[in-house]
Design a protein around this ligand. Structure first.
Ligand SMILES: [Zn+2]
Length: 478
């Protein structure tokens, strides 16, 4: 009988200890964990679909013709506005600004390559996650215990450990990987073993899906040969750069559907690259009036590739929309738009551009067209729909506003060191009343990015067993 009060006191103590350790004020928590526990969960998930170089200059006429039903559906349900880019418009810089909410001087990615080796001052390496000086939204959402999944994002190699998955931009044979020698065998995904799981979904540029490409553009048999045989992407040469980019994008599309089938992350980012090289190298056929001397018949035939690429992206967007739940806010964004450069590609001797078996093809003894007839335009696109996104809101937006807006939609505090703003004009006032935008100074002291990068490096050094498995799945060993 006398033991009872002791048991009660013990029970009470256990209760208090348990209560304290699960509360945001628990002394055993890190400041980040404390913040995570004190932050109420918004009911919404976010999917960012990045389309390199998407432009309303192409989208609007196609919308009028009813050729982009999934873009149309999102716009009808939500908001659209030009997304202001920043000069100079280099994609790795801009996509990193989208993911960090910070300008290039702060996030540290200032171009396509960095020059790190003082002994070889002219030898650049392709930018990667270690060159980024600040946190990205995948780091922040992970720290709150939200599931994240990012695929193909610029400068995301080595893949950083996250609460979910990252497929870096070095898993496929992208144009830039080939040019800058950036193809990697480790750190390409997080978790590292994911690379082996996704390997069967890689679309090989040396065995391109020509029937798919021919559905988008009616190439002559010589043009098909020129595309099929190109062993590397020649800068400004449409048939080769488009082939490499299309195969890279198709790989990423298949991987995205595979990964989404296993569960939708709370924050997803899918990057689609092929529109950029298509617009750079086929724009003179798409808008022949902006140039002197484009063959009208070639313009009709080859000019179809630009709108067909948009239709392709619209159809894939439809696939994604079918796989997200009703609590998902979808943001379609581009890093810049496109316009005519006024400069036609120049004809260059094929043997100077190609070497090896590809140059032996009879037609390649002649000339090939090399040059960028389409150039970046300062206005990209933002299309947003779902959850608290208002219908038909009017607003001005820039690249740096995407990251803080994503955090606000997920109910996560927005740091003052993000230079963009939350696009409150496109959010429902009821949502903003229920989840007022919380501010903190910075996540930098709360999240140990150095440890994340060290772990990314360590994950790259996979065990022998994992490497064997990877090689097996690539078909290199039995
Ligand atoms: Zn470009």
């Amino acid at each position: 009988m006398r033991a009872r009060p002791i048991i009660l006191v013990l029970l009470l103590l256990v209760g208090v200890v348990a209560g304290v350790s699960y509360s945001p004020w628990s002394p055993w928590l890190t400041p980040m964990q404390r913040l995570a526990r004190a932050t109420p969960r918004s009911p919404y998930r976010v999917m960012v679909v990045g389309i390199d170089g998407a432009s309303f200059r192409v989208i609007d006429p196609l919308l009028k013709e009813g050729r982009l039903p999934n873009f149309a559906r999102l716009i009808e349900r939500g908001t659209r506005t030009p997304l202001r880019s920043e000069n100079p418009m280099a994609s790795p810089v801009l996509w990193t600004s989208i993911a960090t909410g910070q300008a290039r001087k702060d996030h540290g990615i200032e171009g396509f390559v960095v020059y790190k080796d003082p002994r070889k001052p002219k030898r650049g390496t392709l930018v990667g996650s270690e060159d980024r000086k600040t946190l990205a939204i995948w780091n922040i959402a992970s720290a709150f215990g939200r599931r994240v999944g990012f695929l193909g994002w610029w400068a995301s190699w080595p893949a950083e450990p996250v609460n979910g998955w990252i497929v870096s931009d070095r898993l496929t044979s992208d144009r830039w990987n080939v040019w800058a020698g950036g193809h990697k065998t480790t750190g390409r995904t997080y978790p590292d073993a994911l690379a082996a799981e996704l390997a069967p979904l890689l679309v090989d540029p040396m065995a391109p899906p020509m029937e798919e490409i021919l559905r988008m553009v009616a190439l002559t048999s010589d043009e098909q040969t020129e595309m099929r045989l190109a062993e590397r992407p020649v800068f400004g040469h449409g048939f080769s750069v488009v082939k490499f980019a299309y195969c890279s994008q198709r790989s990423h599309e298949k991987m995205a559907l595979h990964l989404l089938a296993k569960g939708q992350p709370d924050l997803t980012g899918i990057f689609l690259v092929a529109n950029d090289p298509v617009s750079h190298t086929f724009w003179h056929y798409y808008e022949p009036a902006a140039y002197q001397g484009v063959d009208p018949q070639a313009a009709v035939r080859l000019g179809a590739l630009v709108p067909h690429m948009y239709e392709h992206n619209d159809a894939f967007l439809g696939e994604l929309l079918r796989r997200v739940d009703e609590r998902t806010v979808v943001l379609v964004v581009s890093d810049h738009g496109f316009e005519a450069s006024g400069q036609l590609p120049a004809l260059k001797p094929a043997e100077k551009m190609f070497t090896g078996p590809e140059a032996e093809a009879a037609h390649l003894r002649g000339e090939i067209a090399v040059g960028q007839s389409g150039k970046h335009h300062i206005e990209g696109v933002l299309i947003a729909a779902g959850g608290p996104i208002r219908r038909g809101a009017s607003l001005e937006a820039g690249l740096l506003d995407i990251a803080p807006t994503v955090l606000a939609i997920m109910g996560l505090p927005v740091p003052r060191d993000m230079e963009g703003r939350v696009l409150e004009e496109m959010l429902d006032p009821g949502f903003l009343a229920a989840y007022p935008v919380n501010r903190i100074d910075s996540y930098e002291p709360l999240i140990d990015r150095k440890a994340i990068l060290e772990a990314a490096r360590a994950a790259g050094e996979a065990s022998d067993e994992e490497k064997q498995e990877m090689l097996r799945s690539l078909g290199y060993i039995q």
